[in-house]
Design a protein around this ligand. Structure first.
Ligand SMILES: *Cc1c(COP(=O)(O)O)cnc(C)c1O
Length: 385
């Protein structure tokens, strides 16, 4: 009988995770080492020479990242932005043009606009849900990267990866999807036609708010060589402890994402009817403009949702400072629930730009705690009539 393709859950536990042959330790050791002894000059054991170039703990994470999306290559970095930086350096030259979504992660916009901008790279932001606008924004031969994020942050807009990949490719651009919000369990952009997937592994992949990291996943051998060179030559690699913690987190990704999605759906449905709430942004709601598309391109709608308050910014701020189980903090994707006020937290860097977000908006990263406890916490923090 031919071997069936392994299920995601199985890959997440086993890919790149062979037990230690010398001791039988089921968990591969953390290779906390900077260099590797050579058997004579150039006699490397397993190809390892110096840890910026490669370390077995990092390799095990890179193998796992690629396997999660059925891809040929995975690369791991010290942060999500370090991964983005290495990719962009590998593909851009002065005079090139980047088109990115008008609500991409603020740090991505800052990197492309303020750092690559100084090196002569131009950019335009565009509404990725409007395919005609994207087709108009890409300049054949000049636009080298089309960068999208779905669901987006913090408005949870869902954009069509397959359609956008066609538009990008027709203009000769590399199509990059930041898959941080969905995670590879919920969404597989390469299978939808994208060329490169970016992850801030700090979020759902790590999943426990205890490690920073970034990943790139791609199929093209030539591009992989170019990015691998950037990783080695510029050096923003993940350390062994960080790589190991991320691997440990990934093993439970599937079960966590199921619970994140269950809890977020319940909370979204509760908030929709509440008199203090103006709008709930969650792709799992039928009223959400991206609901049907999300059903097609995602397994489930995930654990992130945003809400706006009828009474304005003061009510939003008060809510963010009144929850108890939802901790007021930047970041997302951990097992514990977080609440954020994007205008002054995650999106402070894009104030006054096209990426600015509403001031009465709150973002929730719904954790895996008991749903009733989370609902009770939200209820006590909402304005009383
Ligand atoms: C956090 C985040 C990043 C940046 O990742 P870091 O690990 O913080 O450098 C990029 N994209 C999205 C969508 C993020 O949420």
């Amino acid at each position: 009988m031919p071997q069936k393709k392994q299920q995601f859950e199985t890959v997440a536990v086993h890919a790149g995770q062979e037990f230690d042959p010398t001791t039988g330790a089921i968990i591969p050791p953390i290779y906390q080492t900077s260099t590797f002894v050579q058997d004579g000059i150039g006699g490397f054991r397993g190809g390892y020479e110096y840890a910026r170039g490669g370390n077995p703990t990092r390799s095990s994470l890179e193998t796992l990242l690629a396997a999660l999306e059925g891809a040929k290559h995975g690369l791991s970095f010290s942060s999500g932005l370090a991964a983005e930086d290495a990719l962009l350096r590998a593909v851009l030259e002065p005079g090139d043009h980047v088109v990115l979504g008008n609500d991409v992660y603020g740090g991505t916009h800052r990197l492309i606009n303020r750092i690559f901008g100084r090196w002569g790279v131009e950019n335009d932001t565009v509404e990725m849900m409007n395919l005609q606008a994207v087709a108009k924004a890409v300049i054949p031969g000049k636009t080298k990267v089309l960068w999208l994020e779905t669901p987006s942050n913090p408005l949870m807009k869902v954009s069509d990866v397959a359609e956008l990949a066609e538009i990008g490719h027709a203009a000769g651009a590399l199509v990059v999807v930041d898959n941080t919000f969905a995670s590879p369990y919920l969404q597989q952009p390469l299978a939808l036609g994208a060329d490169v997937v970016v992850h801030s592994t700090t979020k759902y992949l790590g999943g426990h708010s205890d490690v920073l990291g970034g990943g790139l996943v791609l199929d093209d051998d030539e591009l992989h060589e170019k990015v691998r060179f950037q990783q080695f030559a510029a050096g923003a690699v993940s350390g062994p402890m960080d790589a190991w913690l991320t691997v440990r987190g990934i093993k439970t990704l599937a079960v966590r994402m199921e619970r994140h999605s269950d809890n977020a759906q319940k909370i979204a449905e509760y908030l929709v009817g509440h008199p203090a709430i103006e709008t709930v942004f969650y792709p799992g709601l039928e009223s959400h403009p991206g609901h049907e598309l999300a059903k097609r391109q995602m397994r489930r709608p995930g654990g992130m949702l945003s809400l706006t308050f009828k009474a304005g910014p003061k009510a939003a701020r008060k809510f963010a400072e009144s929850t108890k189980l939802f901790s007021l903090a930047e970041s997302l994707g951990g097992v514990e629930s977080l609440v954020g006020y994007p205008t002054e937290m995650t999106h402070a860097s894009v104030k006054g730009t096209a990426l600015e977000v509403p001031e009465n908006l709150i973002r929730l990263s719904v954790g895996i705690e008991g749903a009733d406890d989370l609902l009770a916490d939200i209820e006590q923090a909402l304005p009383k009539k």
